[in-house]
Design a protein. Structure first.
Ligand code: UDP
Length: 236
């Protein structure tokens, strides 16, 4: 396997499948199968899951919920998703730990970096819930920060789109996909990979990002074994 330790970022929306919101069981099972394959191949897997299928801070603002309050609601949503993934992975016989950026002892462990690394070394899948525990951040920033903290080899950002394109492929039919692109070029061309906070963290710490289509069966395994899938963003 090319990568020893990966951080997989999944959006909350992806978990909703075609339903648009909530958690879609077949999708949850599909993702868990994909994750199981790489764990069984000896890759250490950490997961950051979004909360967009349940609640987003910005969405609350529009309906009169205070921004900070809404952000905390969004963070709690990621814990719900994390619990769902944890349960699905355990059903498949994997060992897991859910670690939260906000203390909730009855539900999961608090995030402690050294413990997270130890879990990974023991082959447990570690799920980071509740974002980084602070409002005004996103789960993409959480993915970048946690990946750096646990010294992951790469951030794998699973999306609906299979990489970074010259323009939005859902709007522009002439858009083409990059197989590799530098952080610098993503910046200068204003391409949308992650929010700037998340992106800058990876750039400044030389942590590569791969954007890929998580819905295509086998993609995660291919990536982990070193096959070219999606778009790789690196220093040069
Ligand atoms: N959030 C936050 N701090 C964090 C992570 C998340 O405040 O460190 C909140 C924020 O309101 C965000 C919501 O949690 O909108 C859900 O996360 P996100 O939108 O990143 O989920 P995704 O788009 O990946 O489903």
């Amino acid at each position: 396997m090319k990568y020893k330790r990966i951080l997989l970022k999944l959006s909350g929306e992806a978990l909703a499948g075609d339903k648009g919101s909530g958690i879609d069981t077949p999708r949850l099972m599909q993702y868990s199968e994909e994750i199981k394959k790489v764990v069984e191949a000896g890759v250490q897997v950490a997961i950051v899951i979004g909360g967009g299928n349940i609640f987003r801070g910005a969405q609350g603002e529009a309906s009169g919920i205070d921004r900070v309050q809404g952000d905390y609601m969004g963070m709690l949503a990621t814990v719900i998703n994390g619990m769902a993934i944890q349960s699905a992975l355990e059903k498949m016989g994997l060992f897991t730990r859910l670690m939260s950026g906000i203390k909730m002892e009855q539900v999961c462990e608090p995030f402690i970096r050294r413990r997270a690394v130890r879990h990974l070394e023991k082959g447990r899948v570690v799920i980071f819930g509740a974002g980084i525990g602070n409002p005004y951040f996103t789960t993409d920033s959480t993915a970048s920060l946690r990946a750096i903290e646990i010294e992951a080899d790469v951030v794998l950002k699973g999306t609906r789109v299979d990489g970074v394109y010259t323009a939005d492929p859902e709007k522009d039919a002439t858009a083409t996909r990059y197989s590799t692109i530098s952080f610098e070029d993503v910046y200068s061309m204003g391409l949308n990979v992650m929010d700037m906070t998340a992106f800058t963290l990876c750039k400044e710490n030389g942590l590569p990002i791969i954007v890929f289509d998580m819905n295509k069966p086998g993609n995660l395994y291919k990536l982990a074994s070193g096959e070219e899938v999606g778009t790789l963003i690196t220093m040069r």
